[in-house]
Design a protein around this ligand. Structure first.
Ligand code: UD1
Ligand code: MG
Length: 414
């Protein structure tokens, strides 16, 4: 059982968009946290919503239970509001923040493992940051046992020097959690109830409190500002590129390559510099993409495809061995295998109201500067002349040639 805290306003983001909906690698922050929780094996996940809850609800899957925190009275209150859902439950509850998207599933698993192995009542994740400003600091006693989490605003100068911070991931026994939540006082400075106070309450009652230190301190980065968001974006992107490289993809210049974490690329594909590949794109093996290419969501590219500079492909399917080597745009198009898209080809897929489809059969040759005003169909092996405007609704039969403006299908020879 898991609770994800996502009711906060995210004031420091200075945004009309709820914090957890800000995009990271092409997907809302909260989606990354949900993925980790799911991968770590959570049976049921609850998300606490408050600020603009309807907007956040839209991105949650059907198996997620959302509940509302009516007044934003702090992280302890956010958890407390969920108590009715756990009436018949008697195990551990995992609590995470919706704004820590760099966490890894292995880390979440290791918290749960340690919690069970040590028989602790509460186990939480810590990280040692160079710059611990803004985070809750971990206070340990002389024996090194964590006895409290001190929020920045309440910390003494000495405590502020502590580098070990609270990441905001806790595994707590249900009974102990809700009984100590009832004892959390209102923080006078922030007028909020702090979930972090549970640690001191439990430690003082003699309950066993354990911690796990994050192997990679960056996992602990919480997104509170646009600056944090940019840091996380960089970290996550490098992780994605590393994974692709390990699986056999060549990335010529990781510094200028932007690939979302839902993208799949086959081995021996080469990604050239300044390329952007957005969510849910699949690219086959032995392709060459870029430089300066943008592959947009929902695109599926076969094997041995070459996409060159200033090419944009959106919601399209390209069969094996297609070429699109110079500036051009494909939107809502479906290409068979071996299609050649000449320089400057554009699918005019949007008529001001609807997005329309273009179909191009295998081995067709779409000449330079052709404009395909969708919906159109170019048959297998057909050819469009340079600068041809293939008007809306045209179907060019297989093997035929269309030329001119507006495009006219040439008579068959002989
Ligand atoms: C919190 C922790 C801090 C920790 C840091 C890690 C507390 C008091 N402090 O601070 O120790 O180092 O996270 O990133 O918990 N939320 C609600 N309801 C509320 C307030 C917040 O659901 O009333 C949610 C937010 O949407 C957010 C999460 O709780 O996802 C954490 O809140 P945030 O305001 O970001 O707390 P931090 O100041 O980052
Ligand atoms: Mg935060």
């Amino acid at each position: 059982m898991t609770i994800i805290l996502a009711a906060g306003k995210g004031t420091r983001m200075k945004s009309r968009v709820p914090k957890v909906l800000h995009a990271l690698c092409g997907r809302p922050l909260i989606q990354h946290v949900l993925d980790v929780v799911h991968a770590a094996g959570s049976l049921k996940t609850f998300v606490v919503l408050g600020h603009q809850s309807d907007r956040v609800r839209e991105v949650l899957g059907p198996d997620i239970v959302a509940y509302e925190q009516k007044e934003l009275l702090g992280t302890a209150d956010a958890v407390r509001q969920g108590e009715p859902f756990f009436r018949d439950y008697n195990g551990d509850i995992l609590i995470l923040c919706g704004d820590t998207p760099l966490l890894r599933k292995e880390t979440v698993r290791s918290i749960i493992r340690r919690h069970k192995r040590t028989g602790a009542v509460c186990t939480f994740l810590t990280a040692s940051l160079e710059d611990s400003r803004g985070y809750g600091r971990v206070i340990r006693n002389d024996s090194g046992v964590a006895v409290a989490i001190r929020e920045e605003k309440d910390a003494t100068l000495e405590e502020k020097k502590i580098r070990e911070i609270n990441v905001g991931v806790y595994c707590v026994r249900k009974e102990a959690l809700f009984s100590s939540l009832r004892k959390v006082p209102l923080n006078a400075k922030k007028k909020e109830y702090y979930l972090t106070d549970v640690v001191a309450i439990l430690a003082q009652s003699g309950a066993k409190v354990e911690t796990v230190g994050a192997q990679d301190a960056l996992e602990g980065v919480g997104i509170n500002s646009r600056e944090d968001l940019a840091v996380a974006e960089r970290v996550l992107r490098l992780r994605v590129l590393k994974k692709l490289m390990l699986s056999g993809v060549t990335i010529i210049d990781p510094n200028t390559t932007y690939i979302d974490d839902t993208v799949r690329v086959g081995p021996d594909t080469i990604i050239r510099p300044c390329t952007v590949i957005e969510s849910n794109v699949t690219i086959g093996t032995q392709c060459v993409i870029g430089p300066f290419a943008r592959i947009r969501p929902g695109t599926k590219i076969g094997n041995r495809v070459e996409i060159g500079n200033f090419a944009e492909v959106s919601r399209s399917v390209m069969g094996d061995q297609c070429f699109m080597k110079h500036f051009s745009f494909l939107g809502d198009a479906r290409l068979g295998r071996g299609v050649n898209i000449g320089a400057g080809v554009v699918t005019a897929n949007y008529d001001g109201k609807n997005k329309n489809r273009t179909r191009v059969g295998a081995r067709a040759f779409v000449g330079s500067d052709s404009i395909l005003v969708a919906p159109v169909e170019i048959g297998a092996g057909a050819m469009t002349g340079a600068g041809c405007v293939v008007t809306r609704g045209t179907k060019v039969p297989s093997g035929r040639v269309i030329v001119g403006v507006p495009g006219r299908i040439r008579e068959k020879k002989g």
